[in-house]
Design a protein around this ligand. Structure first.
Ligand SMILES: [Zn+2]
Ligand SMILES: [Zn+2]
Length: 146
C-alpha cells in the first residue's frame, strides 16, 4: 500500500493544479480515497463524509470521484450487479480480493502476482496496457461468523 499521507498530497496537488477548489467536504473525500480502506463505493464515501459534513450531497462525492478518475488518480472497479468501487491509494491496475459476503475488497500482498503481467506479455506477445484480476471468496471475518 502506498503511504496514505503521500497519496493525499498527490491528490490535493493534482486538483489544485487543475484549478479546483478544495472545500472541506472535498478534502474529506480525498482523505478516504488516499487510504481506500475496503475500496469504498461512492455511497460508502458519502456515508463516511456525512458524519462530519451532514450538508454534503451525493452529487459532490460523484463529481470529485469522476474528476479524480479523469485525472487517472483513482482506479474504478466496476461490477455488473453492484456499485462501482474505488481505489485511490493504488490508482493503477492491480489484483483484488473480494469477499462475496461483506463485499470488502482488499489488495492481496502476493509478490508473484505482479510478475504475472510481464509473464502474460512475454508468452502472448501482447503489449499489455491494463488488466483486471479479481479473486472472490469469504474473508477471515466472515468465515468466523459462519
Ligand atoms: Zn467478508
Ligand atoms: Zn486495490
Amino acid at each position: 500500500m502506498a503511504d496514505p499521507e503521500a497519496r493525499l498530497d498527490e491528490l490535493t496537488t493534482g486538483l489544485r493544479e487543475r484549478g479546483n477548489r478544495l472545500t472541506p467536504q472535498r478534502m474529506a473525500v480525498l482523505k478516504i480515497l488516499a487510504t481506500s480502506e475496503g475500496h469504498p463505493s461512492v455511497e460508502q464515501i458519502y456515508e463516511r463524509v456525512k458524519v462530519d459534513f451532514p450538508m454534503t450531497s451525493l452529487a459532490t462525492i460523484y463529481k470529485t470521484v469522476t474528476l479524480l478518475k479523469e485525472m487517472g488518480e483513482v482506479l474504478e472497479l466496476g461490477f455488473s450487479d453492484d456499485s462501482n468501487r474505488y481505489d485511490g491509494n493504488k490508482p493503477y491496475p492491480h489484483p483484488h480480493l473480494i469477499c462475496t459476503k461483506c463485499k470488502n475488497i482488499v489488495d492481496p500482498k502476493v509478490a508473484t502476482l505482479s510478475e504475472l503481467h510481464q509473464e502474460v506479455a512475454r508468452v502472448s506477445g501482447y503489449q499489455i496496457v491494463s488488466h483486471r484480476l479479481d479473486f472472490f471468496g469469504l474473508c477471515p471475518q466472515c468465515q468466523e461468523k459462519k
